[in-house]
Design a protein around this ligand. Structure first.
Ligand SMILES: [Fe+2]
Length: 201
């Protein structure tokens, strides 16, 4: 059985950037539905996933039997992507990474500000549902990318370390059609110490 992370803050603590009702519904309804559907899809297929983390399953998605593979991509990706998204948000975020991670950001993008601009643009321009995403490859190189639907970067052999959910359910109650305002605001609650932890893992 796979599960969602425990939310490290209360529903209203991300205000005013993300409202309490959105966090509550997003976490307890949308994410929970992905969890339920993932576990349902895996019912009877335990031998294929025994002892594996969800991220390992997505990384080796071709090992999953074809008849349930798309369900695992959709719902497993939904759980993995949301767990990452919710875990890097914080009411008391570190505003900047440091050390080796910051050096790599500066080397790749010029500066943290330039990385944020690139990622903001990727998130805003993602057509339809998906994510703006910062990943690292096997050589620890950083890449900004877009992810459609609930596809997982793990299945492209990339490690996601920061994901901005731009499905409408992530912002519509407060921001309506103004995805750009939501994405620009989310930087106020992205905890770079958490992103750095994933980079260094
Ligand atoms: Fe979402």
């Amino acid at each position: 059985m796979y599960d969602k992370i425990k939310l490290p803050y209360s529903y209203d603590e991300l205000e005013p950037y993300i409202d309490a009702e959105t966090v509550n519904i997003h976490y307890n309804k949308h994410l929970q539905t992905y969890v339920n559907n993932l576990n349902k899809a895996l019912d009877g297929y335990n031998e294929f996933v025994k002892g594996k983390t969800l991220d390992e399953i997505l990384y080796n998605i071709e090992d999953i039997p074809q008849e349930i593979r798309q369900d695992i991509i959709n719902h497993g990706g939904g759980v993995s992507n949301h767990n990452l998204y919710f875990s890097i948000l914080s009411p008391k975020p570190a505003k900047s990474p440091k050390g080796k991670f910051l050096d790599e950001i500066n080397k790749t993008f010029g500066s943290l500000e330039e990385l944020k601009e690139k990622l903001t643009s990727a998130a805003i321009k993602q057509f339809g549902s998906g994510y703006g995403c910062l990943v690292k490859d096997k050589e620890n190189r950083l890449i900004v990318m877009q992810v459609s639907n609930q596809n997982s970067p793990f299945s492209d052999k990339l490690i996601p370390i920061l994901m901005i959910d731009v499905w409408e359910h992530a912002y519509y109650l407060k921001y309506k059609n103004l995805r750009q305002n939501y994405v620009e605001n989310i930087w106020n609650i992205i905890d770079w110490s958490k992103v750095e932890e994933y980079y260094n893992k």
